[in-house]
Design a protein around this ligand. Structure first.
Ligand SMILES: NC(=O)c1ccc[n+]([C@@H]2O[C@H](COP(=O)([O-])OP(=O)(O)OC[C@H]3O[C@@H](n4cnc5c(N)ncnc54)[C@H](OP(=O)(O)O)[C@@H]3O)[C@@H](O)[C@H]2O)c1
Length: 346
């Protein structure tokens, strides 16, 4: 066939062009998706608790840990949604040990109830994935404050997980090996600032920028928390994760009038430029399963690779003070005492 024949010009050229585009798009997608968890270890006999496991990155993490045979506790606040996801995970992984338990991380009492009840059900926890998160919550979709009157992003992303982890610490140190704590942060922590005198950032105007600043701050607080955990609790392994920008619906509580329209228009670019939730979950999965990480704590991971220790990655000078303040804000000692008393009664 001649290169200037009509068949060549009308069919072969456009088809080759389209195939190159599609192939290129898939290659870009794969490249952008980052590394896959390099460990294929089984999780049979392990107990994993994952917050925010009913959607996005948490759901993909729950699916993979179930596939590897773990008992998975999906700690979520919308029980209908959670049960639906748990049912599909049980079915696709043929693992019946996938359960939903209610916790609202925006309520310190709810976290205490969850921890008390879970502690009476299980004798140890191998992995706690502190994954749940909220970004730029706005009325009417989400109240900007938690039940205990903290700014919601600080309250859910950081403070709720601070309390949860501390209340579950006895269970995390009760297994055959050191329990693992996987704190889902974000590279956004790099833009975060924590002023302990003004955690609420009262000096800033109430606008979109402030919400963004509060998100950054919450993710930096998660980093400081990870650093403190590794120093205060050498008998557990606590590490922080950047999942990478992933195409979840994390912005759904940020109901600006244009959000829904923007999401539809942005979808094709989102597919190309962002990780899928499964890709975003790979580093959390790696930190949950890989035995080569048995002795690693206080580090920051990205794309299934240790970047550095948390203290090398960010300024942790406020870590101790933040811990002490969080201890007081959450009334940790009283809650821990109540939990122990309740355990003695049962
Ligand atoms: N997607 C990204 O590009 C990206 C990038 C960096 C870091 N991250 C982090 O990755 C984590 C997972 O986010 P995602 O992208 O997978 O978003 P997502 O799909 O919205 O997942 C967030 C989960 O957190 C839960 N959650 C929110 N508020 C809660 C509360 N008060 N109590 C209990 N659970 C609550 C949500 O439950 P409901 O459905 O009930 O609200 C949901 O299951 C977050 O910590 C996020 O900050 C995400």
């Amino acid at each position: 066939m001649a290169f200037n024949s009509p068949v060549f010009n009308r069919i072969i050229v456009p088809v080759s062009f389209a195939s190159t585009l599609v192939g290129g798009a898939f290659l870009t997608k794969e490249y952008k998706g980052g590394r896959r968890c390099p460990s294929d270890e089984s999780m049979k006999g392990k107990v994993c608790v994952i917050t925010g496991a009913s959607s996005g990155i948490g759901k993909s993490t729950a699916l993979e840990l179930s596939r590897r045979g773990a008992t998975v506790v999906m700690a979520c606040r919308h029980m209908g949604k959670c049960e639906k996801v748990a049912t599909s995970i049980r079915k696709s992984t043929e693992n019946s040990n996938v359960v939903c338990r209610f916790v609202d991380l925006a309520s310190l009492d709810s976290i205490e109830e969850f921890s008390t009840s879970l502690s009476s059900e299980i004798d140890h926890i191998d992995v706690l994935v502190n994954n749940a998160g909220v970004m730029k919550p706005r009325m009417p979709r989400a109240t900007p404050r938690t039940n205990d009157d903290f700014e919601r992003q600080f309250g859910v992303n950081y403070l709720g997980h601070f309390l949860l982890t501390n209340l579950l610490m006895d269970k995390l140190t009760n297994g055959s090996s050191a329990g693992r704590i996987v704190n889902v942060s974000s590279e956004a922590f790099q833009k975060g600032e924590i002023n302990l005198e003004d955690i609420e950032k009262k000096n800033l105007e109430e606008n979109d920028e402030k919400l963004t600043e509060m998100y950054y701050q919450s993710k930096l607080a998660v980093m400081l928390f990870t650093d403190s955990l590794s120093r205060r609790h050498p008998n557990v392994n606590a590490n922080a994760v950047n999942p990478g920008v992933s195409s979840t619906d994390i912005g759904r509580y940020s109901s600006t009038p244009f959000y829904a329209v923007g999401m539809v228009l942005y979808k094709p670019f989102q597919w190309l430029a962002m990780k899928t939730p499964r890709q975003g979950a790979q580093t959390s999965i790696y930190l949950s399963v890989a035995s080569e990480l048995d002795k690693i704590s206080g580090s920051y991971f990205d794309d299934c690779t240790k970047v550095a220790t948390v203290s090398e990655t960010c300024n942790c000078q406020h870590a101790n003070a933040l811990w002490e303040m969080s201890d007081a804000w959450t009334d940790l000692n009283a809650r821990r005492k109540r939990m122990r008393e309740s355990a003695m009664k049962t």
